[in-house]
Design a protein. Structure first.
Length: 264
């Protein structure tokens, strides 16, 4: 049995996936702690403990994410774009376009028929459309992140949130509340605004036949609702969308291991 590990150190969370023989997800875990936090090492220790494996049982490790350059426990570093593509395609092999909603950026990734990255577009100049944007608004509204989708469902008249900057959007939300807007309508408006920025990237890829959403933002049902409304079709979300990068890294680790063994 061949065990490989994928580690994804994002801007706001760290994830670990242990893969058995390149096919079976033996263990996966995520915690809210990203770059600059040594808790990823504790996360690895916990993963090994839960699977009753020793460090030497992991034959190859790939690290990805923003924090990959600061991590010293990997055999190879691979970009999060490639890793998310690999992980999503493993779970949803019909995917043509991936929307990755991260804490610091949003990516629209187009795949070829074999699941390889054909092209990608990224919004990394501004918080608009990212998890950080929604986090800022949730604090202004005093609504927990995991409750945002519940409020969204109650909306009857979504507000128009036009600002593309998180700072200006914060002011706009406060202004809407001062005018008597309901929280649920403000939240639905925020989700619509986020989806609008995301879809701008997706349309640049000219492929919307089979769209999958991953990253921490994919856990927000309100954002998914808004994306589906914008596309006028259903999009697909893996069961653990924040873990697809770590999963892809673990798969890459298995492929690298097999290549080394073949060469040896």
């Amino acid at each position: 049995m061949l065990y490989t590990m994928g580690v994804d150190i994002g801007s706001s969370s760290s994830k670990v996936v242990i893969l058995k023989d390149g096919k079976e997800i033996l263990f996966q875990i995520a915690v809210q702690s990203g770059i600059g936090n040594d808790s990823v090492y504790s996360l690895i220790e916990e993963s090994l403990y839960k699977t009753k494996l020793k460090k030497e049982d992991i034959l190859f490790t790939v690290v990805t994410g923003y924090g990959r350059f600061t991590f010293e426990g990997a055999d190879k570093q691979i970009s999060e774009i490639s890793c998310h593509a690999k992980g999503v395609y493993f779970l949803l092999p019909n995917t043509e376009t991936i929307i990755d909603i991260g804490g610091q950026d949003v990516k629209a990734i187009t795949l070829d028929d074999n699941g390889n990255v054909k092209q990608f577009f990224m919004n990394d100049k501004c918080a608009a459309g990212t998890g950080r944007f929604v986090t800022v608004i949730s604090r202004v509204l005093n609504v927990e992140l995991d409750k945002m989708a519940d409020y969204d469902k109650l909306s009857q008249n979504p507000c128009n949130i036009s600002s593309t900057c998180a700072v200006f959007a914060e002011s706009e939300v406060i202004s809407q509340l001062a005018k008597g807007a309901k929280k649920e309508d403000v939240i639905a408006g925020v989700h619509n605004s986020v989806a609008s920025k995301i879809l701008g990237l997706v349309y640049r890829g000219n492929s919307t036949k089979c769209v999958a959403v991953c990253g921490g933002g994919a856990k927000n049902g309100g954002i998914i609702r808004a994306i589906e409304k914008g596309l006028n079709k259903k999009v697909f979300t893996p069961n653990n969308p924040q873990l697809t990068g770590a999963l892809g890294a673990a798969i890459f680790a298995y492929e690298e291991l097999k290549k080394l063994r073949k060469e040896g």
